[in-house]
Design a protein around this ligand. Sequence first.
Ligand SMILES: *Cc1c(COP(=O)(O)O)cnc(C)c1O
Length: 424
Amino acid sequence: MGNSIDGFFNNYGGKYVAEVLRRPLDELQEAFTFYMKDQDFLEELEIIRRDYIGRETPLYFAPTATKLLGGAQIYIKLEGLANTGAHKINNAIGQCLLAKKMGKKRIIAETGAGQHGLATAAACAKLGLDCTVYMGEVDVRRQQPNVAAMELYGAKVHPVTSGSRTLKDAVNEAMRDWAANPDTTHYVLGSALGPAPFPDIVREFQSVIGREVERQCAERKIKIGAMVACCGGGSNSIGFFAPFVDKKEPRLIAAEAGGIGPGVGENASRMTGNASREGIMQGYKSRFLLDEDGQALPTRSISAGLDYCGIGPQLAALGNSGRIEFTSILDKEALDAVSFFAKNEGILFALESAHAGAAAIKIAKEVPSDQAIVINMSGRGDKDVFITSPVFRPAEWKEFLKAELDRLENNVDVHNQESKKVVK
Ligand SMILES: *Cc1c(COP(=O)(O)O)cnc(C)c1O
């Protein structure tokens, strides 16, 4: 199952949108089909991938993890070394370059935790495009470091005050903007979901990850037994799995957020959870966490990137067919995986990616020792310092924040404390 058939992956996907969005979606489909066969476009994209994103990213053999886990050889695809720290830049650059070719001057995007907004803002700065990011007001307040970064890149961050004031409201607002300004504006959707053709477009731009892994493993004669990725909307996982989905091997494993447990509202397990239902939301049919009236349920995860209530249609279809195995990882297991790979390999996983790391730890012994488990480290963990520090070092972190606040409130110049003391 590579490309969709008329926007569908078996019975998932589609284009369930208001009439006004049909034309921009059709226009996008046409341009995408054209430019993905255009040599100039592909060469330009290739150069940006190499010089700006820093591709290809390394495939790292993890010797200590392999020894400690006592099963398969553990390899880690270091996608977190991509510029801006995660895989999201692959899609953002691809779509922004496509939009530029289409003659669009203005880019809009939705963002939850801010990672997709940040990648899009950076891509727009690099390509000279005007950028507006819709972000729920609640998220704006709790994700200030990413808001600051987006503004540094020159983007306008637009707080969304409707509904629950989080990600799904930001998506609605971005759709509204696009419907009102289709001629000047392109909407860069951030994961492998939404109305067709977005799931195909996002998978295509992210499949650079899987193609590199395939080539790197062939060159080094690595036999892959299993591939493991974390799964929020599904862009890093489907991009990583893409070259392999039509083959019988290797095992493909997607790790969802198990949060704090199996109860409703305690996780974001759209495939493995109790509240998993088929539904149509935000322009596509897939599996969602919904109540009996079809309303989105609240989700929970320590990783901001995995807590969306829906999953990309292609992943849901491949999950139903059994080609992709889904597993669910608890917050605590993800935190343990962050520690494990940091201490033993000197590699700091993002909390999202640590769900994949934890799943690999669990299945390491199921895969023979002459075969590899390849983990997609979708992002690096620097961004998580505000979440991991209160868990790993609660007292010291509180002390640090208090001192920082105190300095700000008393207007002490942190770089020049001695002279200030004298003035006081
Ligand atoms: C956003 C994000 C994810 C989840 O998104 P997908 O579309 O499922 O890939 C995973 N890892 C990182 C580092 C992210 O920033």
